[in-house]
Design a protein around this ligand. Structure first.
Ligand code: NAD
Length: 489
């Protein structure tokens, strides 16, 4: 089940790097290198872009009827569903995500393909009629799309980009995250079986600074869809400027979960805990700053802390596990350094903060709750991306809004209140691309997904994704007398 080597997939063939380079992939439980993956460089990116450009330029894929492409996407979805157990097992082994949650992500990956198959079949374009002129929009796939993805929920996020790109008729080069290449390695077989023509789907593995950077700099790739850290996004934007590339940037977050005293507090506590501790806390939309109204603050802190202490941290493959192992020793050390920082900054450690008993090795951290966190603390301001939550009190609606917005990020926000008017006021005032009111992070794939401020640029989801992977072109046709000013007559 676990691959003993991972190769690139270029033009329908599994190939090593041109220079033979590989890198070791570790598992988060033992920290041991368990497989070698091809380490791509500019030459491999060149080969993949050439294969994609050939498939796009002369192959059937971009010209196929939407219905025909949708049928292929449906087969991809079926294949993912059939292999969901295997995909989840590989993902769990490679990322340390709890297996029950990895199963949910595999199901969502299948849904991504099914959903975009439906979207592309239902796609229709505008026409503009006026006396004497008709305009209509032609929509064309944009070409070779470069897809660069992070290590948290890798398979799901890869399919979140692949499905609309392929539905739109693009050819793609995917560069998966170097810490978690294993589940992407299951895609070539799925794509080939479903009937995706050779060259339409390519993977180049490797490091961001080499494989990723070469993809971004390649003149044959007009689009880059990137999900990852804000700093990486800034580097990519600078490099992409040379070729005026289309960019979709899904970046970091430090999202507030605002709980008013009049909320359904049982539900709010469940949601706040799930929101920050599911997916090991390695979740871009994690509600990692809980803002609690003063009247309920103390009781909320003690409820959050006592529940956090009971969250089951354990082997990712155990179905009872709620928090698994963090993805990589380097990331584990980074998260632990934030825990130490929080203590130094004077926040009150109400739960967790160290390895759970009985787990002497592996990247394990108990669900960690910091209370009395103030906005000047770095743990309030910076993305930790692990099972660590900050709790901060507020005294008024206005203060809640200004605390919520006191961050460079603007990805998600969660608001809990039973006051309808206040719910709408706060939702309109928090600076976030996505706000959930009395609801946890339930996605409707038609809706715009993305952040504002340092959390991103552009939107994915439904028509927004199709808009990104296609070019709309307007054709103007005279339907009456054409009158032209007669220069030089
Ligand atoms: P990262 O930025 O380190 O890496 C992401 C991808 O970019 C990897 O494939 C990496 O190899 C590649 N990369 C790195 N440097 C590059 C360069 N110079 N040129 C081209 N590619 C390069 O991010 P990560 O640590 O893998 O992921 C965690 C981050 O992703 C967090 O900040 C999280 O919030 C964010 N994220 C955002 C969303 C969202 O939808 N907004 C979703 C998931 C994760």
């Amino acid at each position: 089940m676990i691959p003993d080597k991972i190769l690139h997939y270029i033009g329908g063939r599994h190939v090593p790097s041109a220079d033979g380079a590989t890198f070791g992939v570790t598992d988060p439980v033992t920290g041991q290198v368990y497989t070698q993956a091809a380490a791509g460089g500019p030459q491999d990116v060149d080969r993949a872009v050439a294969a994609a450009a050939a498939a796009f330029g002369s192959g059937p894929w971009p010209a196929m009827a939407a219905r025909a492409r949708a049928r292929v996407l449906g087969k991809i979805a079926d294949a993912i569903q059939e292999r969901a157990g295997q995909i989840a097992a590989v993902e769990t082994y490679d990322t340390g995500l709890p297996v029950t949650q990895a199963k949910g992500q595999a199901a969502r990956a299948a849904e991504n393909f099914r959903f975009f198959a439906d979207v592309i079949v239902a796609q229709h374009e505008d026409a503009f009629s006026s006396p004497g002129q008709l305009g209509y929009v032609l929509r064309k796939p944009a070409g070779v799309a470069g897809l660069i993805t992070p290590w948290n929920t890798p398979f799901m996020l890869e399919t979140w980009k692949l499905a609309p790109a392929l539905a739109s008729g693009c050819a793609v080069v995917l560069k998966p995250a170097e810490w978690t290449p294993a589940s992407a390695a299951l895609l070539p077989e799925i794509m080939a079986e479903a009937g995706v023509p050779d060259g339409v789907f390519n993977i180049v593995h490797g490091f961001g600074e080499t494989a990723g950077a070469a993809l971004v700099a390649h003149p044959g790739v007009p689009l880059i869809s990137f999900t990852g850290e804000t700093a990486t996004g800034q580097t990519i934007m600078a490099s992409a400027a040379a070729h005026l590339k289309g960019l979709s940037m899904e970046l970091g977050g430090k999202s507030p979960c605002v709980i008013f005293g009049d909320a359904d507090l049982d539900l709010a506590v469940d949601s706040a805990l799930f929101g920050v501790f599911s997916l090991n806390g390695e979740r871009c939309t994690a509600g990692s700053r809980i803002l609690a109204e003063r009247a309920v603050y103390d009781s909320l802190v003690s409820r959050l802390a006592s529940r956090a202490e009971r969250i089951r941290v354990g082997p990712p493959s155990d179905p009872a596990t709620e928090i698994g192992a963090l993805v990589h020793a380097e990331h584990y050390e980074r998260v632990m350094s934030y825990v130490r920082l929080g203590v130094r900054e004077g926040a009150r450690l109400a739960a967790g903060g160290s390895r759970p008993p009985g787990l002497a090795s592996g990247n394990y951290l108990a669900a960690t709750v910091f209370a009395d966190v103030t906005p000047d603390m770095r743990i309030f301001r910076e993305e930790i991306f692990g099972p660590v939550v900050c709790v901060t009190p507020f005294d008024s609606e206005q203060e809640a809004i200004s605390l919520a917005n006191d961050t460079r990020y603007g990805l998600a926000a969660y608001v809990w209140t039973s006051d309808l008017a206040r719910a709408h006021r706060v939702a309109a005032s928090v600076e976030a691309g996505m706000t959930w009111v009395n609801s946890h992070n339930v996605r409707d794939l038609r809706t715009p997904f993305g952040g504002i401020k340092a959390s991103g640029l552009g939107r994915e989801g439904g028509q927004h994704s199709i808009g990104f992977y296609t070019q709309s072109r307007i054709v103007h046709v005279a339907t009456g007398d054409t009158r032209v000013p007669r220069f030089g007559a």
